[in-house]
Design a binder for this molecule. Structure first.
Ligand SMILES: *Cc1c(COP(=O)(O)O)cnc(C)c1O
Length: 473
């Protein structure tokens, strides 16, 4: 593709994306494709001769779009939002345009130094503790961030070497039933094993981790010869946005000398608003590592997770390997950061560009306004639900997620759960909106996550009307 051809088709693609965003609200939120539909529409074999770009957008509309669920739709409430915005798309495009591999400072100094700067900008925006400054890096996902934290913690806890007595010890990880599944996966990947993942009790009402039970498990495991490696506390759980008591958990971790990772993948970015700064409680005193996702609720396209370390040394000791072919003067001098040592893969995209573009475009003010809109709409919706005696709504919904259930009169719990699931499936199949569900205390709850930039009050009111139509027998 010559630069001239690129210019011509590039303009078409930008127009296509702009048209898509303009018309997105008129599409059914969820794809209606059946399994195999998209596959059947595509040629079984690749072309022998290049086909050029002319037919591609038509094929996209015809063959691909029917299989697309519209995550940026104003009535997409199904999972946590995965914000995509103009400045972020353009930043990502610039990154593709440069085609830089930013694995080391020497492979493109700007990729490293812009990332250091935007990680610090984000720490600034969220008012994170000073110890994280200069110690942040962009990961592809919160799952990777948790794995990097766990590998660092394992290294800190002895690095897999046998104890002084020569006996290999079990390493243990502490989570709760509400912790994201990526933590158990990280335990499997890191060789800790699912059997060494200890599940700490939660408060039955708030679903927050119980620090006293954590304390008891740590004591019990250490007495049995295990080496507790890491505790993961969550601020804003995936199921209901419950918040673990980080200061109390941190106190327990400190007493036992255990690494504390705080996973705030979704809710952490709310701290851009001063009224949400409480989400940072305990970080300064206790957190060894902390992660949050601009790619959920902070207007930045997937993938963009920020991971900060209180001390980068355990991570670097755990993850840096310098093969001969990567040896260079900048690395040897020790004056530069090589982000390849801060993640699992070697190669890395220039993701800082899109975060830079987002922060510059919106400013702190624009980011705050976005969080406040989502959180405010959730408050309004929760008040509407609470005012209707046919529904029960969970009381805490600071982060745009409202969990509620219809109280089907006269039905047993099992029957009510089945009726709720039926209603959910009908709602989602209608294409008018997309919700998801969770299960708490034996009851199925509907989850409505509000936080797309295109979502307005009218979309919430329309959704509530539709939900009532489907969930009142
Ligand atoms: C979404 C989420 C994750 C996983 O995020 P990815 O970036 O998709 O890996 C982890 N923890 C919590 C609390 C989440 O909500």
């Amino acid at each position: 593709m010559t630069p001239d051809e690129f210019r011509r088709y590039g303009k078409q693609v930008i127009d296509w994306i702009a048209d898509y965003h303009e018309s997105i609200a008129s599409r059914p939120v969820m794809s209606r494709a059946e399994p195999g539909d998209v596959l059947a529409a595509l040629p079984e074999h690749p072309p022998e001769k290049g086909e050029g770009f002319d037919g591609l957008l038509a094929a996209l509309d015809r063959d691909i779009m029917p299989g697309v669920t519209h995550w940026q739709h104003p009535s997409f409430f199904g999972y946590f939002p995965s914000n995509s915005t103009g400045p972020s798309i353009l930043g990502d495009l610039l990154s593709s345009g440069l085609g830089v591999q930013g694995m080391m400072w020497a492979t493109s100094p700007a990729a490293t130094e812009l990332e250091t700067r935007v990680a610090d900008w984000t720490a600034d925006l969220l008012d994170l503790p000073a110890k994280f400054r200069g110690n942040g890096a962009i990961q592809d996902s919160a799952s990777s961030a948790c794995l990097v934290a766990l590998l660092s913690a394992l290294h800190q806890a002895g690095g897999g070497a046998p104890g002084p007595d020569g006996i290999d010890r079990r390493r243990t990880l502490y989570i709760s039933s509400q912790t994201h599944s990526s933590l158990e996966k990280a335990a499997r990947v890191a060789g800790v094993g699912s059997a060494n993942v200890r599940v700490v009790d939660v408060d039955p009402v708030t679903l927050a981790m119980d620090p006293a039970h954590l304390d008891a498990l740590l004591t019990e495991d250490a007495a049995a010869g295990a080496v507790p490696a890491m505790v993961c506390a969550t601020v804003g759980t995936t199921s209901t946005t419950a918040v673990d008591p980080v200061p109390a958990i941190g106190e327990v971790c400190r007493r036992h000398g255990v690494w504390l990772h705080v996973d705030a993948a979704y809710a952490g970015v709310a701290a851009v608003c001063p009224e949400f700064r409480w989400v940072n409680e305990g970080l300064a005193e206790y957190a060894s590592s902390y992660s949050t996702n601009p790619h959920k609720w902070m207007l930045t396209n997937f993938d963009c997770t920020l991971l900060w370390m209180a001390d980068r040394a355990p991570m670097l000791n755990a993850l840096s390997i310098l093969p001969e072919y990567l040896r260079n003067n900048a690395t040897t001098s020790g004056d530069v950061i090589d982000y390849r040592d801060w993640q699992i893969p070697l190669g890395r995209r220039f993701r800082a560009l899109k975060l830079w573009s987002v922060i510059r475009w919106y400013g702190a003010e624009g980011l705050r306004e976005h969080i406040r809109t989502g959180s405010g709409l959730a408050d309004e919706l929760a008040a509407l639900i609470a005012a209707d005696p046919r529904y029960e709504v969970r009381p805490d919904h600071p982060f745009g997620l409202v969990c509620f259930r219809p109280l089907w009169d006269g039905l047993t719990t099992d029957e009510a759960n089945a009726a709720t699931m039926d209603a959910l499936n009908r709602l989602n199949a209608s294409g008018d909106l997309l919700l998801s569900h969770t299960k708490i205390g034996g009851h199925v709850l509907l989850r409505m996550a509000i936080g797309a930039p295109s979502t307005e009050r009218r979309h919430i009111l329309a959704a509530w009307d539709r939900i009532r139509e489907e969930t009142t027998a």
